[in-house]
Design a protein around this ligand. Structure first.
Ligand code: SAM
Ligand code: SF4
Length: 367
């Protein structure tokens, strides 16, 4: 397939006519169905630590936010969550945290080894920008996947909102390439509506998804947090008002749909941040425009509020079992199936190449 050009992507990102958007969403949904099937994979999310040494200008976990009570889960608590993930029928556990030096490489490796020995779960890590020897150690311990959103492909904006660590690690795009080289399934992604983010940079983000050949693509709205420089307005990246991407559900749906069309066999979640913008059916709508993954929260309730990346997060008070039931009901109501097994990239029931009929549809709608 000849993919959409940057000009095509820009046109779609600026599109507002409902009939045209319906066409885009229907195409993305049919590409999803053909390439990754009807299964929606459940990834149990455990937010293992809210400590963070970084100062990302957008995130409530940034080190300088002293209003937050910090926690770090114990090994036993994490293992209990892994057991729970199996009981609830999930195929994957995602261990996510701030960039926390207290999570030592050996300690994480030991937990990964235990989970791989005692359960059938795939293990996804999302622990920030860690040194390559640690990433290798965790891969050898059995970790399967690593999530590291690059947030925006606009280098100037990224530098402004994501100060480097002292002694600077490589940038996130480079790290994603290293993760793939180490044998991880690599997940990148972006926030939509960051102050200073242009439509052009969103189009570049989609091209970067393709260039990096990402296995997983996380796309969610940017949600302002007043305890951060970006959310309080203390940092105002300059951009013309007409170029600024709005924070809206529609923008996120367009990005999910375009990501699905451009990267047809990637795993794409319908995110909690999207469900936070539209609690009634944000998650379901994400699944209808190209997404095929959801991430039910398994973090013990007493810690959830302390993992405040942004305010008013959806599903914060639901027990893990309620969260599982609610998501299963949403999946069933869409006529889709709950995925079984680890659900890695390329394990869909249907891996058909794009059929001729589909290619002609792509041409018809200018893609
Ligand atoms: N520390 C790890 C990292 O930075 O990759 C993992 C945890 S971090 C909280 C996970 C993701 O949360 C980030 O990659 C970012 O996209 C998202 N995030 C942070 N602040 C956000 C905000 N204000 N609105 C929406 N998403 C946000
Ligand atoms: Fe820390 Fe990740 Fe938040 Fe940045 S985005 S402050 S690294 S938790």
């Amino acid at each position: 397939m000849i993919g959409p050009t940057k000009a095509d992507l820009l046109e779609w990102l600026r599109e507002s006519r409902p009939a045209r958007l319906r066409e885009l969403y229907e195409l993305a949904d049919s590409v999803r169905k053909e390439r990754v099937g009807d299964a929606v994979h459940l990834r149990g999310l455990v937010e293992i630590s809210s400590h963070c040494v970084r100062q990302c200008m957008y995130c409530g976990l940034r080190q300088a936010n002293h209003d937050l009570t910090r926690y770090r889960m114990t090994r036993e608590e994490i293992l209990e969550c892994a057991r729970h993930a199996e009981v609830l029928g999930y195929g994957t556990i995602v261990m996510q945290a701030g960039e926390d030096d207290g999570l030592t490489a050996d300690w994480i490796a030991e937990i990964v080894r235990w989970i791989k020995r005692e359960t059938r779960l795939a293990v996804t890590l999302s622990l920030g920008e860690r040194p390559e020897d640690e990433l290798l150690l965790w891969k050898l311990a059995g970790a399967d996947r690593y999530l590291l959103r690059f947030e925006t492909s606009d280098r100037n904006l990224f530098r402004a909102i994501h100060p480097s660590r002292v002694g600077a690690s490589p940038d996130r795009l480079t790290l994603l390439k290293r993760l793939k080289a180490l044998g991880y399934e690599a997940g990148g992604g972006v926030m939509v509506g960051i102050p200073g983010q242009s439509f052009e940079s969103l189009a570049n983000d989609i091209l970067a998804f393709r260039a990096l050949d990402l296995d997983m693509i996380g796309i969610g709205p940017y949600i302002a947090h007043v305890a951060t420089p970006l959310g309080s307005g203390a940092l105002r990246p300059e951009i013309a008002a007409s170029a600024q991407v709005p924070v809206s559900e529609e923008m996120v749906y367009k990005m999910i749909a375009l990501a699905r069309i451009v990267c047809p066999d990637a795993n794409i979640p319908s995110t909690t941040a999207l469900a936070t913008l539209n609690r009634t059916d944000g998650r379901k709508r994400g699944l209808k425009v190209g997404a095929n993954v959801v991430m039910p929260n398994l973090t013990p309730i007493e810690y959830r509020r302390m993992y405040e990346i942004y305010p008013d997060k959806a599903c914060i008070d639901e027990s893990a079992a309620d969260c599982s039931e609610c998501l299963r009901a949403q999946i069933r109501s869409l006529g889709r199936a709950v995925g079984s097994g680890p659900g890695g990239r390329g394990t869909a029931e249907m891996e058909a190449a794009i059929v001729p009929e589909r290619s002609s549809q792509l041409v018809q709608i200018g893609i």
